[in-house]
Design a protein around this ligand. Structure first.
Ligand code: GLY
Length: 436
């Protein structure tokens, strides 16, 4: 079977790595990923030029295309590939609205009375935003309706001082049609612990993966700018130290109900559904959906897959998805990023990655926003590579991942605290306080 992975980052490297032993692997990527280029036939090109991706797929007799990032999904890459007879792991443009149109997503929760929703309103003018916020006496989150590459969401208490700043930012979102819509969504700010559940979906059935927790803040101790994610962990048993089976099952049920609703309102959803939840005193609430694997969370779960990913992809496209098995292990992923990140002052610099030493430690490297050039691996302004280890406990996995980070040299840093006992305990204590 020939499988094409579309995308260039660590998430796509993890997908490609999980497929490489069982398929003829092809990749379409905007930058030359140093890991993917070693294991696949590849073409360098803009993943958003969907006709060109389809042409490459047809020319190479691709059986299944696996779409990594959200932007091409929003541009209808799956519709284009399907038109050309290529089956896809990834939703059509209409079904991908679960991520690309947040007002569609929230309305689905309302219309289908899906559990786990929250107080929200969609506005298209700033006077109505002001009137609402003058009445609403709790902190809010301001979200553009469309895709903004993870940079549009602002939270009162984090990026915004108070609801007055929320009004100003809302105005900016509407006036600039940020994310492609002259609208803004205001949501209540939830208090709790965030967690991620990712699931394979075949249009009707859903196979959930182990839960994971990402760390969006740039610096240790959960301070600094909100980033795409500085690292993540998962635990044995598929749960998290603060997440019970009951809450995990409730979150999966929300995703299953959503899957049914998407099929009715849009089209059957085939691909990866990523649910970002907040565990609150009232149970799990849905913060947002993504129509693709999480980054870094893909790196936690894919190396633990026991069912070959190639078989899962076949089942997704055939609509025969059943149980998907994972090794019962914990995992820790640490993202190595350029010094100064999220600023970009070290973009272009060379780094050294001793892949052999990392592998000998029992860890894995997944390359992200770097490019392979003749003289070596160059940083871009964004996250450079994920180092992932698994083990019998989070503690064991963390120790290996941390040690393996020493084998990356250059102007880079990472969060040493991701997956440490101290930080995990802090999460558990926080959740206990909320529940008491
Ligand atoms: N970890 C956040 C994301 O993938 O969007």
């Amino acid at each position: 079977m020939k499988v094409l992975v579309v995308g260039t980052g660590a998430r796509e490297h993890a997908i490609a790595d999980a497929l490489k032993d069982d398929v003829e692997l092809y990749c379409y990527m905007s930058k030359i990923n140093p890991g993917m280029s070693k294991i696949a036939e590849f073409k360098q090109g803009d993943e958003g030029e969907v006709e060109k991706v389809a042409e490459f797929a047809v020319d190479n007799d691709i059986d299944i295309a696996f779409i990594g990032p959200e932007a091409p999904l929003g541009k209808g890459i799956v519709d284009e590939l399907q038109k050309n007879g290529i089956k896809c792991v990834g939703p059509t443009q209409s079904a991908a609205r679960i991520e690309t149109d947040k007002s569609f997503m929230r309305k689905l929760f309302e219309d289908y009375e899906i559990e786990g929703s929250l107080v929200y309103k969609v506005f298209d003018n700033s006077d109505d935003v002001s009137a609402f916020l003058d009445e609403f006496d709790r902190d809010v989150v301001v979200k553009p309706v469309g895709l903004t590459g993870g940079k549009g969401v602002k939270i009162v208490g984090d990026h915004l001082k108070d609801n007055e700043e929320a009004k100003e930012y809302s105005c900016e979102v509407i006036d600039n049609a940020m994310g492609g819509f002259a609208q803004v969504i205001i949501e209540e700010r939830l208090i709790g612990e965030e967690f991620t559940i990712q699931a394979f979906c075949d249009g009707e059935h859903l196979a959930p993966m182990p839960a994971a927790q990402d760390h969006p803040h740039a610096f240790e101790g959960d301070v600094g700018a909100i980033t795409g994610g500085m690292g993540s962990y998962s635990d044995v048993g598929g749960l998290l130290p603060f997440l019970s089976q009951k809450d995990y099952d409730a979150a999966v049920e929300i995703m299953q109900t959503t899957l049914k609703a998407i099929a009715e309102e849009a089209e059957p959803y085939k691909g990866i559904l990523y649910g970002q939840f907040m565990l609150t005193a009232d149970g799990p609430k849905l913060i947002e959906y993504n129509a693709r694997f999480g980054d870094p969370e893909a790196m936690n779960v894919l190396p633990l897959l026991k069912t070959p990913l190639a078989d899962v992809c076949q089942a997704v496209v055939d609509g025969t998805l059943d149980n998907v098995e994972f090794e019962d292990k914990a995992s820790v992923c640490k993202y190595i990023v350029p010094d100064g990140y999220p600023e970009t002052e070290y973009a272009g610099e060379l780094i050294e990655v001793d892949e052999k030493a990392i592998e000998e430690m029992g860890a894995k490297v997944f390359y992200a926003a770097v490019s392979q050039e003749d003289d070596g691996i160059h940083l871009s302004g964004s996250r450079a590579l994920g180092i992932v280890a698994s083990g019998e406990s989070i503690e064991e996995a963390e120790k290996v991942a941390e040690k393996a980070c020493e084998f990356v040299k250059g102007n880079v840093y990472h969060r040493r605290d991701v997956g440490t006992q101290e930080l995990v305990n802090k999460r558990v204590e926080h959740m206990k306080e909320i529940l008491n």
